[in-house]
Design a protein around this ligand. Structure first.
Ligand code: CTP
Length: 401
């Protein structure tokens, strides 16, 4: 695996299939993750999506012609400098060309001139995907170390349903990221809780909080990308689930405690990123509460919810790394850090990640600053960026320790 500290360079090859329109989203996602992306469409790919679109989304010049920019030896330079090449959609024709090592277009020469990992996202009709020649070509490419994502089973062009549909852009992007990131968590079990619990008052109402689950989901993705076996304990997520992880749905504090107690004992790293309710209704009503019956005020009896992190801290097996998250509204960072250090001690946690939250602050897919408070050190450490970037930095910092 290549060790990539600078901006990763990704070549996205696009073959001539209708799924090329979905590759526009893939390119956007890769650019958004901070990569330098160059699109290499085949001539027929440009019949589906034109050059201006590829240039606009990749923010790089696009060429499909072997004879463009000859002075810069473009036909090999792109491949030589790539950290990863992903081909989406990989059509039957392109798969055959790659297996045969053909160099008749810019994509072919780029792949041949590269030692970078190759990721293929095939897309074709089921009959073609099942054809022995396609299977043999895919087997050849797999044997040479290529990674194949999908295809999925679903609706195909013309209304047919079957295997051959290109995987969704985010699933392909995740595989590309995992190829780029060193597999520092290979063989490790990581459990992460995410989202906000909802504690029912009656069948239609609950006490909840504003957590979207973004941070926990990004941590799950980052851990998966580093090779970990990841379990995500999910409470009412408002963001899409990551692929390649085991998901346990746990909508309430009690359900989350049960799930965490089931998986945490055998995990190497346990991260409580969920916003767990501190209070639950003592007796949620089985019927919808009626305001005419309640009168002008309503004071439900609330009991303390289980403190899951504290329970995990009290029964932490030797060698396990336990991480908590502390969302604080205090404006002064020293004050937030002090509150988090108190929680770290009280809950027997190894690392507490602190971030500031407020009315307009901290929720969803936003830029964030997280300070990591370590049990073993008086020094704290801050990481900043999008939640995607911060999640990766947190995991790398945890591993450094
Ligand atoms: N936590 C938990 N169970 C709870 C409440 C919180 O496991 N019932 C965990 C959270 O997942 C987080 C950490 O404890 O990792 C800190 O959560 P936070 O809400 O900041 O702190 P609390 O302990 O709930 O204290 P307070 O709300 O009074 O600040």
């Amino acid at each position: 695996m290549p060790e990539v500290a600078r901006v990763p360079r990704i070549v996205v090859g696009v073959a001539g299939g209708i799924a090329a329109y979905k590759t526009v989203s893939l390119v956007r996602e890769l650019v958004k993750s901070g990569a330098d992306v160059t699109v290499v469409p085949t001539e027929s790919a440009l019949k589906f999506v034109g050059r201006p679109t590829w240039e606009a989304v990749s923010r790089n010049e696009v060429s499909d012609d072997l004879f463009d920019d000859v002075a810069a030896v473009r036909h090999v330079a792109l491949g030589q400098s790539a950290d990863v090449i992903v081909i989406a959609p990989a059509t039957a024709h392109t798969v055959a060309s790659l297996a045969a090592g053909l160099a008749g277009n810019l994509l072919g020469t780029t792949v041949l001139a590269s030692s970078a990992p190759l990721v293929l996202a095939p897309a074709m009709h089921t009959e073609m995907w099942d054809h022995p020649s396609v299977r043999a070509n895919i087997a050849t490419l797999l044997a040479r170390g290529a990674t194949v994502v999908g295809p999925e089973t679903g609706e195909l062009t013309g209304g047919d349903v079957g295997a051959g549909r290109m995987s969704e852009p985010h699933a392909i992007a995740e595989v590309v990221q995992s190829v780029l990131v060193p597999q520092t968590l290979a063989g490790k079990r990581v459990v992460i809780s995410a989202g906000g619990t909802r504690e029912p008052l009656d069948p239609v109402r609950f006490i909840g909080n504003r957590s979207s689950g973004e941070m926990g989901v990004q941590l799950a993705r980052a851990a998966r990308a580093r090779g970990a076996e990841v379990t995500l304990v999910a409470a009412n997520l408002e963001v899409p689930l990551p692929t390649g992880v085991t998901v346990i749905h746990a909508p309430t504090a009690v359900a989350m405690r049960d799930a965490m107690q089931q998986v945490a004992p055998t995990s190497d790293v346990v991260i409580m990123a969920a916003a767990v309710a501190d209070w639950v209704a003592a007796e949620p009503s089985q019927e919808k509460l009626k305001k005419t019956e309640l009168g002008q005020t309503f004071s439900p009896v609330l009991h303390r919810a289980p403190d899951i992190l504290a329970e995990l801290g009290a029964s932490k097996p030797p060698g396990q790394l336990l991480v908590g998250f502390s969302a604080e509204t205090a404006v002064e960072s020293d004050q937030r850090d002090a509150l988090a250090r108190e929680k770290l001690g009280a809950k027997n946690v190894d690392v507490m990640c602190v971030n500031q939250v407020g009315d307009q602050l901290g929720f969803g897919d936003v830029e964030t600053i997280v300070t990591m408070i370590h049990h073993a050190s008086p020094q704290s450490q801050s990481v900043t960026g999008s939640k995607h970037s911060v999640a990766g930095q947190i995991l790398d910092a945890l591993l450094d320790r």
